[in-house]
Design a protein around this ligand. Structure first.
Ligand code: NAD
Length: 261
């Protein structure tokens, strides 16, 4: 157990993290594990799932694969209390740049992927909520792209705006089932995803500096910092928190600084 959380606030809880084999999802899976949960990582490529978690290969674009994956997790753990819908993909461009096929792909993974995951998990979450009031939740990885206009991110932003609205609607639908639904809105996070973006830039160092400067803290967010926010929202300490979007963005959404002198 992680010494920072000696009480193991997730002791006895079973968690599932989609996209948990890389970046933010891997940090979430590792933190929930360290805080006492049994954790399954559902990923299209689960090779990077943190040690001590249950890797389950499934693509969130397949309803059948998700249903089978969730069934496998519940068979292994005997219950499901915590779902983190985190798998997501990016898209670069204005509305003039992306094909209908690319739009469908982004919405299929980023929005419908969460729908399929929740649909498969909800019967198990309802059953768990009856036994562990306040401890049962769904948390989505949304994005600052849901609440701020970012250039060259039309399809991605539309998908994350949908994630924010979906989170609120689901929170209303399931509050009386005892299931809390929230999301985190990260700014730019230092993950393999951003590494790939930087790798494609004409001047990666300049691109990284521009991304860092866009956040008032002057640096990228770490995956562990997003994981800490997810663990708060998913944990028993947040038993009164539902329908909330928690920004983890170095102040990017809320602050308006004067230029440095
Ligand atoms: N990195 C950022 O700056 C940032 C900022 C805000 C929000 N986010 C969101 O955080 C989430 C994770 O991003 P990341 O930066 O850790 O990315 P990442 O590319 O490092 O990890 C994404 C993981 O999701 C998995 N995945 C992708 N498509 C899948 C599918 N169809 N089915 C199953 N698994 C799939 C990948 O295999 C990978 O393990 C995404 O939803 C992303 O939109 C990222």
């Amino acid at each position: 157990m992680n010494q920072a959380h000696p009480t193991g606030d997730f002791d006895g809880l079973a968690a599932l993290v989609t996209g948990g084999a890389s970046g933010i999802g891997a940090a979430i899976a590792a933190l929930l594990r360290d805080r006492g949960a049994r954790v399954a990582v559902l990923d299209r490529d689960p090779a990077g799932a943190p040690a001590g978690t249950l890797p389950v290969k499934a693509d969130v674009t397949s309803d059948e694969a998700i249903r089978n994956g969730v069934a496998e997790v519940v068979a292994e753990f005997g219950a499901l209390h915590t779902v983190v819908g985190n798998a997501g993909i990016g898209a670069i461009g204005t509305v003039e740049d992306n094909s209908d096929e690319e739009w469908r792909r982004v919405l299929d993974v980023n929005v419908l992927g969460l729908v399929r995951t929740a649909r498969a998990a909800l019967p198990h979450l309802r059953a768990a909520a009856a036994e562990r009031p306040g401890a049962v939740s769904i948390t989505h990885t949304c994005s600052i792209a849901a609440t701020a206009g970012l250039p060259q991110r039309a399809a991605y932003s539309a998908s994350k705006g949908a994630v924010l609205a979906l989170t609120l609607a689901m929170a209303a639908d399931h509050v009386r089932d005892g299931i809390r639904v929230n999301c985190v809105n990260p700014g730019t996070v230092d993950t393999p995803w951003v590494g790939r973006l930087l790798g494609r830039a004409a001047d990666p160092a300049a691109e990284r500096a521009a991304l860092e400067a866009r956040q008032p803290t002057g640096r990228l967010v770490s995956a562990d910092e997003v994981a800490a926010a997810v663990a708060y929202l998913a944990g028993p300490a947040a038993a009164a928190v539902t329908g909330t979007a928690l920004a983890v963005d170095g102040g990017m959404q809320g602050l308006r600084l004067r230029p440095a002198t």
